[in-house]
Design a binder for this molecule. Structure first.
Ligand SMILES: Nc1nc2c(c(=O)[nH]1)N[C@H]1C(S)=C(S)[C@@H](COP(=O)(O)O)O[C@H]1N2
Ligand SMILES: [Mo]
Length: 434
């Protein structure tokens, strides 16, 4: 008789069976059995049956976190590609000039609340727990998935932008004369990549998500975020079940390579069309609840605040707005009396870009740009080109204005909000013609 063999539990053994048939274990069995893995089945059970509460607590406390990048960001940040803002790095838009459709990982912006953690995929676990899962597994006794388990599940590829909600924030001050708190990004807190991984819905189903589940709360493994001396805990942001089940990916590859450390290695969420904060990096656990969930990231942040909004702010922000950027340096120098092909990209959480217009005379006259992507991914961006032949040397402002498939377009100004989210107005890009 085999007892205590965790690779192959003996279900005729009373003690083993007793442990397995507790509700959370049944949910786990479904997860493992449904996973269709050969080696993974044993692995999944081992993970779940193995560490008792004490070990699980130690793991949660950071055993999976092997260390933290010194300086906060791991990859090089050459000044020709990035503008650094504290723990964050913004892509310079000229870095997309002559690039293909995707933003290469070496120039993809980084938004870190603290610092990039270095995580060993061999000890990493994704833990699922909460009242919205069959058997209501608790945080101490969650359902667990290993990196290998995840790699064994059916995978998909998704081309989508990830954009910081505060992208363009700096223009509240420079264009509208009223600043906002937070990183003063220009337009470089956005990138489009090919994300590859497992649908979140696949994992939630296998974990036994119930009809009663309404919200999930993914949480990162990076350090606690401290805002002006107040410890807010680890980055976590509720996501409605409807969105979680629709088009969200548990991504472990980016542009055909393993996810780089700064972008969430080993696993992040890719939540297309939504505010960047939803795409939680270094994913450690997901709470699934049969009641609405709250964290500072959907209450005190990522809502619109200000005199025009209710005291508790707007509803939590979800879809990103329409924006456009030229693939030019800020304050670019361009030659006079020569035909130029100005290039740029436009994108919207609302879907495909239908039209882009450009003005080279400060907004007095507009002409249509030529859209370069016949079938752009509606969750990515659209590249465009605009011929321009400036006759005289001098200072100019270039403006680009896009309209998406819902008819949403970029206004000349946007109402202020104190945290500077969703700057969607037309940006006035200064250039000097010589
Ligand atoms: N765990 C964790 N996830 C996170 C963040 C973070 O600081 N920690 N930043 C969020 C924000 S605000 C944005 S805009 C995106 C940025 O993703 P990127 O750094 O890969 O560009 O990640 C989101 N996910
Ligand atoms: Mo962000």
């Amino acid at each position: 008789m085999r007892t205590g063999d965790r690779d192959d539990p003996d279900l005729t053994d009373e003690a083993t069976y007793e442990r397995l048939r507790s509700p959370s274990r049944r949910a786990l069995l479904r997860l493992s059995a449904g996973a269709g893995l050969t080696a993974g089945l044993g692995g999944g059970l081992l993970t779940a049956l193995g560490p008792p509460a004490a070990a699980a607590t130690a793991a949660r406390a950071g055993a999976a976190r092997a260390g933290t990048a010194s300086g906060g960001i791991v990859k090089p940040l050459p000044p020709e590609l990035f503008i650094q803002h504290g723990t964050n790095a913004e892509m310079r838009w000229e870095a997309m000039h002559r690039q293909g459709y995707l933003t290469p990982a070496d120039r993809f912006f980084v938004r870190n609340h603290t610092a990039t953690p270095l995580i060993d995929p061999r000890t990493w676990r994704l833990k699922l727990w909460g009242t919205g899962l069959a058997g209501r597994p608790t945080e101490d006794r969650p359902i667990e998935l290993t990196y290998e388990d995840l790699l064994g599940l059916p995978a998909e590829t998704l081309t989508a932008s990830i954009e910081c909600t505060g992208n363009g924030r700096g223009f509240f001050a420079s264009q509208q004369g009223q600043g906002a708190s937070g990183t003063p990004w220009r337009l470089g807190a956005v990138g489009v990549a090919r994300w590859h991984g497992v649908r979140l819905s696949t994992v939630l189903r296998r974990a036994g998500i119930t009809r009663e589940a309404v919200d999930i709360m993914p949480r990162g493994l990076d350090a606690d975020y401290v805002d002006k001396g107040e410890n807010l805990g680890r980055v976590r942001r509720p996501l409605p079940v409807a969105k979680a089940m629709k088009d969200v990916l548990l991504a472990y590859r980016m542009n055909g390579a393993p996810l780089p450390p700064d972008h969430g290695h080993p696993v992040r969420l890719a939540v297309p069309s939504w505010v960047g904060i939803a795409s939680v990096k270094w994913l450690g656990d997901i709470q699934v609840a049969d009641e609405p969930l709250f964290s500072p990231w959907n209450t005190r942040y990522y809502r619109l605040f200000g005199p025009e909004y209710p005291p508790d702010g707007s509803a939590p922000l979800t879809t990103m707005n329409v924006k456009s950027a030229f693939e030019l340096p800020w304050d670019a120098t361009l030659p006079a009396a020569r035909p130029l092909a100005l290039r740029g990209r436009s994108w919207s959480g609302g879907g495909r870009i239908r039209r882009v217009e450009v003005s080279a005379d400060g907004g007095a006259t507009w002409r249509a740009a030529r859209l370069r992507d016949r079938r752009p991914d509606p969750r990515g961006w659209t590249r465009w080109e605009f011929p321009w032949r400036p006759q005289r040397p001098g200072s100019y402002e270039l403006l680009a204005r896009a309209t998406d498939e819902t008819g949403a377009t970029q206004p000349a100004t946007v109402p202020h909000n104190t945290l500077g989210y969703l700057f969607g107005a037309v940006v006035r890009h200064p250039v000097t013609v010589i």
